[in-house]
Write a protein that binds this ligand. Structure first.
Ligand SMILES: [Zn+2]
Ligand SMILES: [Zn+2]
Length: 261
């Protein structure tokens, strides 16, 4: 039994690691191609992001692996694989519920981690990415990684979800985690500045958190930020050299850097 649990934990860690390299690698390559020079001089920072992220992989992989084993062997969790087990309308509702619960947990733990004593010990690692890159999506101190790693494993025991919908949640989680840090806006301006953008978080929103620190704590939705008056609006993107030089080479949302200034 212990060998099976160990193998499952190891397997999940490997899957999460490969997913990180594939998705972060893809978006980092896209960034380098679309905005040459955007990540100039960030080699050291990316190496640091990789080191912390690799540590996070095991912290995410072990609980997920144990639960996957329990699901397969003993029917743990409320994850179901027959569409007929719940009404079809439940499938999209469950995804929204998972995202909302994750967002709520993230907002409050994230806000708590900005309390100075906790910030120094736990959250400063994530903010050492200035400006963040696509590799920073899992660049967390182990304590912070732990707060993130327990969310989905806890939710699967509480809220029923179809296995495929769980994969949808994990895909959204991965893509938004990476794209929110990659230093440019992937989504069209119409969406980001429109009605949907007032409620959803994309890179323009999270970028401001990384430059101002004291606002925009949310993960997927701006609900808690609006409610608690911590929403600072949307940020603009600066290249790493511009930040280092301390000049405001402000790049408009999604616009190539060479067009700016
Ligand atoms: Zn971040
Ligand atoms: Zn923060």
């Amino acid at each position: 039994m212990w060998t099976a649990i160990l193998l499952s934990a190891l397997g999940m860690t490997v899957i999460i690691t490969l997913r990180y390299f594939a998705v972060s690698g893809l978006f980092a390559a896209w960034t380098a191609r679309r905005f040459p020079g955007r990540m100039a001089g960030q080699k050291k920072q990316v190496a640091m992001e990789l080191r912390w992220s690799l540590l996070s992989m095991a912290i995410y992989g072990v609980p997920a692996g144990i639960i996957a084993w329990g699901w397969a062997e003993h029917g743990w969790t409320r994850v179901y694989s027959e569409w007929g087990d719940y009404p079809l309308w439940w499938a999209p509702v469950s995804v929204l519920l998972y995202l909302f619960m994750h967002d709520t947990w993230f907002y409050w733990t994230h806000r708590a981690m900005h309390w100075p004593p906790l910030f120094k010990r736990v959250h400063a690692v994530h903010h050492a990415s200035r400006p963040p890159t696509a590799w920073a999506a899992m660049s967390f101190h182990p304590w912070e990684a732990l707060t993130g790693a327990v969310v989905i494993p806890a939710l699967v025991f509480l809220i029923p979800i179809h296995l495929n919908m769980l994969l949808v949640v994990l895909t959204i989680m991965t893509i938004m985690g990476v794209t929110n840090h990659m230093g440019w806006e992937l989504f069209p301006k119409r969406l980001v500045h429109g009605v949907l953008g007032r409620g959803l978080i994309t890179a323009s929103h999270h970028e401001l958190h990384h430059s101002k620190y004291r606002c925009n704590y949310g993960l997927y939705f701006r609900f808690w930020d609006h409610l608690c008056k911590t929403d600072g609006g949307l940020g603009t993107f600066k290249s790493a050299p511009a930040r280092r030089a301390g000049r405001a080479a402000i790049v408009g949302d999604g616009k190539p850097e060479r067009r700016a200034v």
